[in-house]
Design a protein around this ligand. Structure first.
Ligand code: ADA
Length: 559
C-alpha cells in the first residue's frame, strides 16, 4: 500500500493499480451472466484507484459495477489486498469466489494458492445504500463507488506475518518505556519459524513459533526497554521504526510514544493540557472522489498546518493510511470515525447495522492501531443518542473501542446535546451546532457556549471536557459583499471567528473543529448551492476563503 515508508523488505509485493476493465451492471444481471468469469466486450478501461462516478456517464450511478484485471504471477501462496473498496465487494480469482467484504473505507485481504501463469481477478462492487447500510442513503456527501485505494498482490512463504500491534507503558517521567510486539501469524502449512522483533534498526527480542493452517497464531514479543524517549507530541512527529521478521517474511511500521488522558475538565497530552485547534476534513475532491492521490493529502496537511491547526477530524469515515502517515510525521492529532451519520433510533436497534458497525470499528482498531496521530475514536455522528436504542448501541461501540482501541479518547458528535443520554459513556463530550446558519440568530452562540457546562452538570457529568465538533456557515468562494449577508465569505469568516473566540475563552472547552476544511460535493436533495456543501474554509480546489485567514490568525495566537 502507498505509505511513507517500506512495510516489507523480504516480501514480494506487486501493485495491481493501473488499468482495469469496468462494467456497470445497471440491471443486476452480472451474476446470472457470469461476469465473474468474463465481462461483456463493451467493458471499458479505467485507472484504479478511482471512483466510477467520475466517468462522464456514470456520475449518478449508485448501484453495481464490476472490475476485472488479467494478471500474470509466478504462482504459489498469494495475498490479494485491497486498500479500500467503496461499497460491498465480492472478489473472484479465476471466476471462483475468494470472499466478500462490507465497509467502504477499510482494507481487506484474501490468501490464495495458485499455479504460475495467467489469472483473472474480478471484483463485484455494490455501492447502493438502504436502511441497513453504513452510510445510509441520506448523507451530506457524495456516494462515490469504486476501488478507491491501492490493490496489491504479494507472494508469501508457508508462514506469513498478518498483523503486529505495538503496546507500551511509559514511566512516570515519560523518558522510559516497556514495549511489546503482539504478532499474528498465519500459515499455508504447519511450520516453525524464528521470529525477531526489531526496534529502531536493532534486533530486540526473538522467539520460535509454530503456526498451523487452521487458525492464526498470536505471540507476544518483549517487553523490551526503551530509554531516553523522544515523545511524539503536537508538531513533533517523533517516530521510531519497528518491525517483525521471520526467515522469509516481514512487516515494518512506525510508532510514537505518547500519552493521552483526561484530567478533570482538560485533555492532557504527555502530561500537559492541550487545546485542540482542529478542522473537519472530508477525504474528497471533485476530480478524484474518495480516491484522492497522496499528493493532495500532503497539500491538505500543508494548508491545514499553515492555518496553525494541530488537529483534524476525519469526518466521516476512515482515512487512507498514507494520510495518517503524514499526520504521524507532522505531529497532528487525528479523530477517526466510521460513517455512522444520522442514524435514527430504529436503525441503531437493527441487528445488521449493529454487526456492520462493530466490524467497521474493529477494522479501524486493527489497522490503525499503531498510528500515534489517532488520539480520538469517534463512535457516531449526529445519531439518536437521546434514545434508549442509541444508548444501547453506543455502549456496545464504546466498550469495544475501549477494550481494543489502544490509548485513545472515546467520543461521539452529538447534535442532541439538550436531550442526550449517552454523555456518561465518553471521555470527552463533542457537540455539533449550527446556530447562525440553520434557523437561530448568530447571537445565540453567546448563551449557548456557557450553557454547555450547565447542561453537562444537569446530565450528571459536570467535569467532562467539551469539544465543539462542528459549527460553520456556507461561504461561496469569491462571493464577497459589504452587506455581510449569509453565503458571503464575510459572514462565514465572522461566524467562525466569533464562535472560535468564545470557545477559546470558555473554561472546559478544550477544542474546536469548524465545519469544514474544504467544500465538498453533496447530494442535490439537500438543497445545496452548486450541489456542494459550501462550508469549506477553502474551496474544493483548496483556494482560501476569508475564513481561512480569520482562523489562521486566531489559531496562530495559541501556538
Ligand atoms: C452536520 C453533519 C455534517 C454536515 C453539516 C452541515 O452536522 O455532521 O456532515 O452535513 O451538518 O453542513 O449541515
Amino acid at each position: 500500500m502507498t505509505r511513507l515508508f517500506a512495510q516489507h523488505v523480504k516480501r514480494t509485493v506487486t501493485s495491481l493499480n493501473g488499468a482495469w476493465k469496468l462494467m456497470p451492471d445497471f440491471d443486476g444481471v452480472g451474476e446470472a451472466q457470469e461476469w465473474n468469469k468474463s465481462l461483456p466486450e463493451e467493458a471499458r478501461t479505467v485507472i484504479v484507484p478511482s471512483v466510477w462516478n467520475n466517468e462522464p456517464d456514470l456520475f449518478h450511478h449508485f448501484g453495481i459495477c464490476w472490475y476485472q484485471k488479467d494478471i500474470f504471477t509466478a504462482g504459489g501462496n498469494l495475498l490479494l489486498e485491497f486498500g479500500a473498496v467503496s461499497g460491498y465487494a465480492k472478489v473472484y480469482f479465476d471466476g471462483e469466489l475468494l470472499g466478500d467484504h462490507y465497509g467502504g473505507f477499510s482494507a481487506f485481504r484474501f490468501a490464495h494458492t495458485a499455479p504460475e501463469g495467467a489469472h483473472r481477478i474480478t471484483v463485484y462492487v455494490d455501492a447502493s445504500s438502504n436502511s441497513q447500510t453504513i452510510p445510509l442513503p441520506y448523507v451530506d456527501w457524495y456516494h462515490y463507488g469504486g476501488i478507491i485505494r491501492d490493490v496489491e498482490l504479494s507472494t508469501l512463504p508457508a508462514v506469513y506475518i498478518d498483523l503486529c500491534h505495538y503496546d507500551y507503558t511509559l514511566s512516570e517521567d515519560r523518558t522510559y518505556a516497556q514495549l511489546t510486539a503482539t504478532v499474528t501469524l498465519c500459515a499455508f502449512e504447519q511450520k516453525s519459524v524464528p521470529l525477531t522483533f526489531t526496534f529502531d534498526g536493532k534486533d530486540a527480542a526473538k522467539a520460535e513459533v509454530t503456526v498451523t493452517p487452521d487458525k492464526p497464531t498470536t505471540v507476544v514479543l518483549g517487553p523490551i526497554a526503551v530509554e531516553h524517549i523522544r515523545l511524539w507530541d503536537i508538531y513533533k512527529g517523533n517516530l521510531y521504526s519497528v518491525g517483525v521478521y521471520t526467515c522469509c517474511d516481514d512487516l515494518y511500521d512506525r510508532i510514537g510514544f505518547r500519552k493521552i488522558e483526561v484530567v478533570g475538565q482538560e485533555i492532557h497530552l504527555n502530561g500537559r493540557p492541550i487545546f485542540i485547534k482542529g478542522v473537519n476534513r472530508h477525504e474528497e475532491h471533485p476530480d478524484w472522489g474518495f480516491a484522492v492521490p497522496p499528493q493532495l493529502g500532503k497539500r491538505d496537511v500543508d494548508v491545514i498546518k499553515g492555518m496553525h491547526c494541530n488537529a483534524i477530524r476525519g469526518s466521516h469515515y476512515p482515512n487512507s493510511r498514507v494520510f495518517l502517515d503524514l499526520l504521524d510525521e507532522e505531529g497532528l492529532i487525528f479523530w477517526s470515525e466510521i460513517p455512522l451519520w444520522g442514524y435514527p433510533a430504529d436503525r441503531m436497534a437493527d441487528e445488521v447495522v449493529i454487526q456492520r458497525s462493530l466490524t467497521m470499528h474493529k477494522e479501524s482498531a486493527e489497522h490503525y492501531y499503531n498510528h500515534p496521530s489517532i488520539v480520538i475514536w469517534g463512535l457516531t455522528n449526529e445519531c439518536a443518542t437521546n434514545t434508549n436504542e442509541g444508548r444501547a448501541f453506543s455502549i456496545l461501540l464504546a466498550d469495544y473501542m475501549r477494550a481494543h482501541g489502544g490509548n485513545r479518547l472515546i467520543t461521539f458528535a452529538s447534535n442532541v446535546i439538550e436531550w442526550d443520554i449517552c454523555l456518561d459513556l465518553v471521555d470527552v463530550v463533542s457537540v455539533n451546532k449550527y446556530i447562525g446558519w440553520y434557523g437561530e440568530d448568530v447571537n445565540g452562540w453567546k448563551k449557548f457556549i456557557p450553557w454547555l457546562r450547565t447542561r453537562l452538570t444537569e446530565a450528571g457529568v459536570p467535569d467532562k471536557p467539551i469539544i465543539l465538533s462542528e459549527y460553520g456557515a456556507a461561504g461561496l468562494y469569491g462571493y464577497t459583499s459589504f452587506d455581510g449577508n449569509k453565503w458571503t465569505e464575510e459572514y462565514q469568516a465572522s461566524l467562525l471567528k466569533g464562535v472560535t473566540e468564545l470557545c477559546i475563552a470558555e473554561p472546559g472547552i478544550v477544542g474546536t473543529y469548524p465545519w469544514q476544511y474544504c467544500d465538498i460535493r453533496s447530494e442535490n436533495e439537500l438543497n445545496r448551492a452548486r450541489s456542494f456543501n459550501n462550508k469549506g474554509i477553502v474551496n474544493e480546489h483548496r483556494q482560501p476563503k476569508l475564513a481561512y485567514y480569520a482562523l489562521k490568525e486566531l489559531y496562530g495566537k495559541l501556538d
